[in-house]
Design a protein around this ligand. Structure first.
Ligand code: NOJ
Length: 550
């Protein structure tokens, strides 16, 4: 286990939208480099950069055409090597995004695999025997190549699945996971990992990590076996490298050997009930995209959008929204079992959001978001902050889709730096921007947030400081729930010698805690937002407050 993870706070960068250093309208690697001082000033000490490899960008780069080449629009491999170097001098580690489950249909491996004559790549992807073999399951594509057979997709049409074999096999074209050609796929991915690790990369966020072996059993034991093998390679050759999975199942991810697993919104699990409960109640994907020149930002007032937001807001019972009727016990039930699975093996990672989720500020106001940050940054495991969330950037509901983003596009707009052209993101003509910048007159920027001691940005910085200076609050520090009842707006948890109380309602609350918890408290508060006090074994929490008792 890389020790540095214990005190890691990650920052996710969507490279398209962070900072454009050469004025072509799109963010780039040198742009990230130039912003290292800002990144450092946040207190974060690790980055996850979304795919920045050569790609036709039908899925924002998750359709990789060449795993070993930085996309020219972002710069060169040399720029990346330089970024690793400069980030390291600033005490910042860099994880790249590894996409092992599929490539772009334009990848050379796929081109070779599509050939009618057998070659070393014929089985690199999953092909049925004949194009008309038993009809087409919806995720197989036929008729695109002269090679007879249909190939399996892993996500979009442009992303054929790489072949790691099948757990259960029902047709002769389904190879066992230990078939030499499936092993060759795994070795090819190891080779890609070594390539970047040798250049200075510190590890990977792994896309759809659970998707490798098809028809796997319910524990995904074949997929886990692939990762265990890869983890052994890392332990042997790169013991300080870290891998975090997009798996959303800590038990399986830890069995697989990942150091961290994201807790995501998939499957309506408890995490979504904290900040994005609306996604569990339908309707939220229905925002219409308008046509015409002003369509970029999607639905607007007068389009029925207000009504839609009203409905969403009414149904949404997110715990962190003031008096929305949320239930922290839904989250805790799921989270505690994840923690138990991860204990001693790795970490559960909570995120403020990512490039696939609506931003925190959709339906949540400034105070609610502060409580969310305070929570995420004082929980065990390794926290991840999505770029722009720290200043409170907006989610643009119904925004016109870009690069396969669809509803995700609204979370991918350019970082808002200052009041110069294009909010400081790029000097390019507006028409060339990757995505337009926030057009609202009350947009936030880094510059305006820096100047305001009470800004969200400065609040987030103080929380990150607190975490770095308090070992009990770090990833491996002890956690247990003290109070988290169904229907109660107060959530209290212990982190080592600290007790943390959050009240998300608009009213003062009095909560009785066990004497075993209260007797060790000094009454001292090392951090607070709003008011709280201790009255014997009763914790008194003010409206929408967050307090760390010592
Ligand atoms: C998950 C990624 O986060 C998402 O952005 C991408 O579209 C899919 N995996 C496919 O790679």
């Amino acid at each position: 286990m890389p020790e540095w993870l214990n005190d890691a706070v990650f920052y996710e960068i969507y490279p398209q939208s962070f900072y454009d250093s050469n004025g072509d309208g799109i963010g780039d690697i040198n742009g990230i480099r130039e912003k290292i001082p800002y990144i450092k000033s946040l207190g974060v000490n690790a980055l996850w950069i979304n795919p920045c490899y050569d790609s036709p960008f039908k899925d924002a780069g998750y359709d990789v055409r060449d795993y070993k080449k930085i996309a020219p629009r972002y710069g060169s491999n040399g720029d990346m090597a330089e970024l690793f170097k400069e980030a390291h001098s600033a005490g910042i580690r860099v994880l790249l995004d590894l996409v092992p489950g599929h490539t772009s249909e334009e990848h050379e491996w796929f081109r070779r695999s599509s050939e009618t004559t057998k070659n070393e790549y014929s089985n690199r992807y999953i092909w049925t025997e004949h194009a008309f073999d038993g009809g087409f399951p919806f995720n197989y594509v036929a008729g695109e190549t002269e090679r007879p057979g249909a190939y399996l997709l892993n996500f979009f049409k442009c992303q054929p699945a790489l072949n790691y074999g099948f757990g259960e096999r029902t047709s002769s074209w389904q190879l066992p996971p230990d078939h030499p050609d499936c092993i060759a796929t795994r070795e090819a991915i190891k080779d890609v990992m070594r390539f970047w690790l040798d250049m200075g990369c510190d590890g990977f966020r792994v896309d759809m990590a659970d998707s490798l072996v098809k028809n796997d059993d319910e524990n995904k034991s074949n997929t886990c076996a692939v990762w265990q093998d890869i983890r052994q390679m890392l332990d042997r050759e790169y013991p300080n490298a870290a891998i975090v999975s997009e798996w959303d199942n800590a038990d399986q991810s830890m069995n697989a050997g990942f150091h961290m697993d994201f807790t995501l919104n998939n499957g309506g699990t408890g995490y979504s009930t904290l900040f994005r409960d609306y996604i569990n109640h339908g309707e939220w994907l229905t925002a219409g995209c308008k046509e015409g020149p002003d369509a970029d930002f999607g639905a607007k007032e007068g389009d029925g959008e207000e009504k839609r937001l009203g409905i969403l807001s009414e149904r949404d019972k997110s715990f962190f929204r003031k008096d929305a009727g949320g239930d922290i016990s839904l989250f805790l039930k799921d989270y505690e079992s994840r923690l138990a699975s991860a204990r001693g093996r790795g970490y559960v990672s909570l995120i403020t959001g990512n490039h696939d989720t609506p931003r925190l500020n959709f339906l949540m106001d400034d105070r609610e978001r502060r409580l969310a940050f305070a929570f995420i940054l004082t929980m065990p495991g390794v926290p991840f902050i999505y770029y722009g969330d720290e200043i409170g950037m907006r989610y643009f509901d119904g925004m016109r889709s870009k690069e396969g983003g669809f509803h995700r596009t609204g979370s991918r707009t350019p970082m808002q730096w200052d009041e110069t052209e294009n909010l400081g993101f790029s000097t390019a003509d507006k028409s060339l921007l990757y995505l337009p910048v926030d057009p609202a007159s009350d947009h936030v920027t880094v510059a305006s947030s820096e100047d305001d001691p009470d800004s969200l940005l400065n609040f987030v910085r103080s929380l990150i400081d607190l975490r770095h200076s308090t070992p009990d609050l770090m990833a491996s520090g002890e956690y247990h729930t003290v109070h988290g009842e169904k229907g109660d707006s107060v959530y209290i948890y212990r982190r080592g010698s600290f007790l943390i109380a959050i009240n998300t309602s608009g009213r003062e609350a009095r909560t009785l805690i066990p004497e075993t918890e209260s007797e060790s408290l000094s009454g001292n508060q090392i951090f607070n937002l709003g008011e709280a006090s201790l009255d014997g074994s009763v914790i008194v929490t003010g409206p929408q407050s967050f307090t760390v008792f010592e």
